[in-house]
Design a protein around this ligand. Structure first.
Ligand code: APR
Length: 439
């Protein structure tokens, strides 16, 4: 039987489900709220992508044939990847409704409310590229808003005061059309319309997504008894939310969504500072005076804060130990953190390998310690510290494979980033060697 699987980080996708049910009240639906992992908007693209794959596997296993990614952040991070990974299944995703907004605006100024993750994703950039047509777009990221709807509900004063704060720059900018770029926001429709006033048209993409879902399904489905609601969070809480947001009385089932692959270790060719991961690693000297190639790239890419924070770190903790790590924030990089570890200054007669292994393990411990789920490594010590790159990458990959074996499932993804094809080939050799060694 054809059923539709709908998922979101939490209750936001219920706004899409409500529209689907208006068009086809008896459509067989399995709704999964990934409340144990909410909010997605604050996680790395890599983490949301792995999560989306695991959830899709579960929904397919429950007999769903068409999957609605009823979450803008997950669509931005994973829609393309899901279509490649499951070529036999059909997906409908959320893309910010820039196209209808650009065709409806009269003054040529539109506003978009979305999560930071949505604005950072390629999907948003390509929608703007294709459909903005010279329209001025005022982007407003809304940190904490989806989370407030999730935890406190759409009517709570804290939720409404956040909304008020995010609406002000948009109304001040003279927009006449407003796009809701997160499926949680339609639950604030009344308040949004009140703050926007009668001259701003508000566009909720959910009805269009519901129509597309029904169109794709055709008529090959039969009515079920009841929709099925699943959550990875607390079923009692989700039941209350279902009643208040959707007017549905149901007993949600609690499920565990296991990540399918454990930690993925991948080799990437490119710039470390551009990686959409939670943390990137930099090898440093023991006073955290940053001068290497990676440090320079971090500063150029907008991570200027690191030297100031590093100075403060040394003042507080003293010199960086060989197997220790210092964590700073990452400025305007896609990553949240820079993890600084003591690289091995390649020197005859010293235990270079031991020092490098210690630094790698320290970087992974620190990554997990700050709750980051994905991390990218350059070929640490293979720059101005002079460690021969084929040896450095072999040690790096081997230590990572061992650490991941000792800490199953703690990290989603570890990236080995080679600056160019030759460096990436060394990383790949190192990784192949480590895996062949069976660590
Ligand atoms: N992306 C990916 N790889 C890079 C990048 C980048 N943006 N920039 C440099 N690399 C590569 C280099 O080619 C080299 O193989 O990363 C490796 C490490 O280079 P360095 O940063 O020069 O560092 P390292 O040899 O580890 O020495 C540490 O850096 O911050 C200082 O105080 C620190 O002086 C110490 C040095």
């Amino acid at each position: 039987m054809v059923a539709v699987g709908v998922f979101d980080s939490g209750v936001g996708g219920l706004s899409v489900l409500a529209e689907i049910r208006k068009l086809a009240p008896e459509l067989p639906v399995v709704y999964l709220a990934d409340q144990a992992w909410a909010p997605y908007g604050e996680r790395s693209l890599a983490a949301v992508r792995s999560r989306s794959v695991a959830i899709t596997e579960m929904l397919l296993g429950r007999g769903c044939d068409l999957i609605v990614v009823a979450c803008n952040s997950a669509s931005a991070a994973a829609l393309h990847h899901l279509r490649n990974t499951f070529p036999d299944n059909r997906f409908v995703g959320m893309e910010p409704a820039v196209k209808p907004a650009a065709s409806q605006t009269e003054r040529g100024v539109i506003g978009v409310l979305a999560t930071a993750a949505t604005f950072q994703g390629e999907l948003y950039a390509s929608v703007v590229d294709r459909h903005a047509n010279g329209t001025e777009i005022v982007e407003q990221a809304c940190p904490g808003l989806a989370d407030a709807i999730e935890r406190l509900g759409p009517e709570h004063t804290e939720t409404l005061s956040l909304l008020d704060r995010y609406m002000q720059p948009l109304t001040a900018a003279g927009i006449d059309t407003l796009v809701l770029g997160c499926t949680h926001y339609p639950f604030l429709m009344q308040a949004i319309e009140r703050l926007a006033g009668p001259l701003i048209r508000v566009i909720d993409p959910a009805p269009a997504v519901a129509r597309q879902t029904i169109r794709m399904l055709g008529d090959g489905w039969r009515p079920p008894a009841e929709p099925l609601f699943l959550t990875t969070g607390a079923p009692g809480t989700f039941g209350v939310q279902l009643e208040s947001l959707l007017g549905v009385i149901a007993q949600p089932e609690q499920v565990r969504v296991e990540m399918s692959h454990g930690t993925e270790i991948v080799v990437i060719t490119g710039d470390l500072t551009a990686q959409p991961v939670d943390a990137i690693v930099n090898a440093a000297n023991n006073r955290l005076q940053h001068g290497g190639g990676v440090a320079g790239a971090i500063v150029r890419a907008g991570g200027r804060v690191i030297q100031e924070e590093s100075n403060a770190w040394v003042q507080e903790h003293g010199a960086l130990e060989p197997a220790g790590a210092a964590v700073t924030t990452a400025g305007s990089l896609p990553a949240d953190y820079v993890i600084h570890v003591a690289g091995a200054i390649f020197t005859a007669g010293q235990d270079n390998e031991g020092l490098l292994r210690g630094a790698v393990a320290a970087a992974l411990d620190a990554t997990a310690g700050v709750g980051a789920e994905s991390v990218a490594f350059p070929a640490i010590s293979a720059g101005i510290y002079g460690y021969p790159i084929e040896e450095a990458t072999a040690v790096l990959a081997d230590e990572i494979v061992r650490w991941v074996g000792r800490h199953p499932g703690v990290l989603q993804e570890v990236r080995l980033v080679g600056y160019n094809a030759a460096a990436a080939a060394h990383m790949q050799n190192g990784l192949d060697g480590a895996r062949a060694a069976g660590n």
